[in-house]
Design a protein around this ligand. Structure first.
Ligand code: S3P
Length: 192
């Protein structure tokens, strides 16, 4: 008998789109292990994300992020919620794509700003004199990267986390069913 592993469910997208909350709900339904890469970094460093940025700078944070993404991608039956900047390094995208289905959570910029009200936990917004301008410029750079990395985009503007999770699960199930074909182009088949 051939044992087929289900691909991991990887959530990508901008700050404040609900990757961790939605991811937790999906993990519960699928019986997968929840993996939050920011949480892994914080536990490893013994510091919060803002402290890591303040003490060691963004570049060091990106190194740590790449390391935990490699580790998380090697797990099986995991929901992996990534940080908003995970797609900045092509190597991160490559390992995440080899591990599972990439679902891009999309929320309208105005709603992102509302959700990122507590800017203190997000160092890239804390130091901005005009946070809405910062969100817009980051989105401009990152939107094409999310689009290139993702298998599908799920629009969640105005949805509750529960509704968003339902849509994500729907897309995950559809894409997981064709998983081995989905990754043939990447040359990294895993599920056999
Ligand atoms: C970042 C997003 C954050 C965190 C760090 C950098 C980014 O994660 O990784 O502050 O570059 O967009 P969330 O997307 O979970 O807020």
């Amino acid at each position: 008998m051939v044992h087929v592993l289900n691909p991991n469910l990887v959530l990508i997208g901008f700050m404040g789109v609900g990757k961790t909350t939605v991811g937790r709900r999906c993990a519960r339904v699928l019986g997968f292990r929840m993996t939050d890469t920011d949480g892994m970094i914080e536990r490893r460093a013994g510091r919060s994300i803002p402290e890591i940025f303040a003490t060691w700078g963004e570049e060091r944070f990106r190194e740590m992020e790449a390391e935990v993404i490699r580790e998380a991608s090697a797990r099986v039956h995991a929901v992996i919620a990534t940080g908003g900047g995970a797609i900045l390094r092509p190597e991160n995208v490559r390992v995440l794509r080899s591990s599972g289905v990439l679902i891009w959570l999309w929320v309208a910029p105005e709603e992102i700003l509302r959700r990122c009200g507590d800017r203190m936990s997000r160092p890239l917004l804390t130091d901005a004199t005009d946070p809405s301008e910062r969100v817009r410029s980051l989105l401009e750079v990152r939107t094409p990267l999310y689009a290139a990395a993702a298998d599908v985009r799920v629009e969640t503007t105005g949805l509750t986390h529960g509704e968003a999770a339902e849509r994500v699960l729907q897309e995950y199930r559809r894409l997981a069913a064709g998983w081995s074909e989905l990754r043939q182009d990447d040359g990294c088949r895993r599920a056999n």
